[in-house]
Each structure stands twice: as structure tokens, then as C-alpha cells.
Ligand binder design. Sequence first.
Ligand code: GUN
Ligand code: FE
Length: 425
Amino acid sequence: MKKDLFALKGTICYSKNQKELVFHEDSYVVCENGLCAGVFSQLPDEYKSIPVEDMGDRLIIPGFTDLHLHAPQYAYRGTGMDLELLDWLNTITFPQEARYADLDYAKKAYSIFVDDLKHSFTTRACIFATLHRPATELLMDMLEESGLATMVGKVNMDRNGAPELQEESAQASAQDTRQWLEEIKGRYCHTYPILTPRFTPSCTDELMTELGKIQREYHIPVQSHLSENFGEIAWVKDLCPTSRFYGDAYDMFGLFGGACPTIMAHCVHSTDEEIQMIKDQGVYIAHCPESNTDIASGIAPIRRYLDLGLHVGLGTDVAGGFSLSMFRAIADTIQVSKLRWRLMDQSQAPVTLEEAFYMATIGGGSFFGKAGSFEKGYEFDALILDDAGIRHPQEISTRDRLERLVYLSDDRNLVGKYVQGRKVI
Ligand code: GUN
Ligand code: FE
């Protein structure tokens, strides 16, 4: 069988571990059948004749995984940010998401979203669609075409929505979810379904029970929201009086890690018990600092989560967050951790560049398997970054170049992108 084999040459940078970045100037990263075959300062004999794309001194880094965002909300990003979560959902988000019942509108909106995501620093993403099955399938078709690797969820919500944005019953929601999963079976190579109960206030116990059954039947992962906002947490206590804490209200239905790979966005105000269950059951946390700032949810204790060895990735949470940029998510992670340290808890040191970069690459990427590194055997996701426009008169280190991209980059700095060995741009 003919091998798909090539190398990129440039200044290669990736995480060795959570605390250390490695830099290889004038080096080669080899892609073999979609997987990384290693990083070399000289090409070994077996690769001597493979095609090499020489990027000069441009930076080559692993792709970023956006572990949490809402595709339908991209249309109104950067507006309506004077509200807290529950008011923001009711007055802005639900009416906007209702528009995706109209496939023509969905097509217009999702074309813009997918095009911008394709040209962003994101190579992989875990995405909420809306409760509408046809529009969700349309979004999945477009994402497949984009070349990105994504998990996409048809949202479930059978209570506390809006008249125009709520499913008729738990049974109708479950049945529609099954139909969605059947319709997309075998349709995509790198677009995967993920079960998506919006959050506990949106889903009755009956619906959660059905989703637990669907999860065990189809063996697909789950994504939702957890402990984002004080009003939300108090509401969950009322709605689920038998749950011991918010996360328990998912666990009661088998939707909280263990045999059910799970991403929970936010975890800003998780209790000790909840954090323990997140750890014990391997739940992934999607840290979304921009959103947590915009809708004033708070600052998640990421230092504590890292020290406990929890799985933490970064999310933009568009449109709670306004930017698709994962470099910006890294910058925000570092910045809010400094505020938390200064204002809330001086025993919790700020997050470093190394740690935030790790979260944006391997931290979230590992939810997909081996993604987010150039170590041998990882899926070949790469960004090629041209920082020549960020001018400076003095010599600077490669680490400084990377740090500047965190704070100063925009899409113009992205000049190439590979996902699973596919050239996307
Ligand atoms: N909780 C339930 N739905 C949402 C949403 O759309 N965005 C955010 N940030 N939190 C939520
Ligand atoms: Fe969200």
C-alpha cells in the first residue's frame, strides 16, 4: 500500500509535559498516514526522499482543541453581554437558537461559522448545535467538508426553554435523538456525534433516563454544562432535590464519566464533593475563561484542578465568549488565573504559558484520543504560524515568539493547517 508520507520543516514547538515546552529550530516533523512519525533535526535515511514543505523559520505547533462552543451562537457573538447566564439564555440565546428551525437561515449562519472555524487556530472542536435535527445534520455535513475533526451534538431540552425552543416531551426528544444517530450512521469520517443534554434545568429526569439508555446503546460521549453560575446551581438544587450536588444530577443517569466519556463546561463553582467525583470518574473540564468573564460567572480554580491531575481543556464557549481564537483562550486562562490569585486565593499560583498551551493542545485533544502533540504516534494536527508581521528590532527567543502569538495574533498569522494529516488550509 502506498504510504501518505511528507514532512514540514520549520521551528517546531510542542508540549513535552504540562510544565515544559520543547522547541526545535530548523527541524522536520514527519507525517505518515495521518500520524506523526517524529521530529528530527536531520531526516533519517528512511525519510530522505519524502516531499518536504519548507516553512523557513515559521512556527509549527500542534493544533488546538476547542473543547466547548455553540455553533448557532456564533451569529450574535460580541453582543448582549450585559446579562448573567439565566437572563442571557432567556432573552438572547433561546430566541436566537429558535431561528435554526428555518434551514435557510441555518445554512446562512452555519456557512459563516464553519468558514471562520476552518480559518481559525482550531483543528478540533466539541460543538453544541441546537435541538433541531435537520439543521444539526446540515452543520455536520459542512464540518465534514471543512476537514476539521469535530464532535457535534443535537441539543436536548424538554423543559424551561421558550415556547419556540423546546421539545414536545422527553419521549419526543429521545426519539429525535435516536433518529439523528441512525441518519448519520456511516455518513462521516471525522465528524462524530456527541450526546448533548443542554444542562440539568433543560432536561427532565425522564429525558435524562432516556439519554442514559441511548449513551449505553450507542457508546457515544456526552457534553453538557456544570456549576457555571450561582443562580443556575441553586435552581438545579430545586429541580433535583435528591441529587447531592449538581454533578450528581448527571451521574444519577449515568451521564457523568466512568464508562461514559464526558465533557462538562465551566466547573467554576464546583464543591469539594463534585470535584472528587470529576476526578474519580475522569470527567473532562472545559475551562472557558472568556465566557466566564463576559457573563460574569466567576473564575474557575484551574490551579487546583491541575494540581489534582484532572483532565482540563480550554473552550471558547462562543457566544458566552465572543472570540473563536484559541490563542485568546490561552491568554484569558493566564490572565484570569492571575486575578484569582491576586483577589481570591494567594495559595493558588497563576497558570503559566506552558500549562495553558498544554491545556489547549493535549489537555482537550486527548478527549479525541492521541491529539495535541508531535510525539510519535499522535494524529498529525499542525498549525503553521507566520509571525513576521509582529515586528521587533531585537533578537527574541522562540518561546517569546510563541508567547507574543498568544497575546498579539489574529487569523492573518495562520498560513497553514493540517488535521489528521489532511491539509485543511
Ligand atoms: N448553560 C446552558 N446553556 C448554556 C449556553 O448556551 N451557554 C452557556 N455559557 N451556558 C449554558
Ligand atoms: Fe456553553
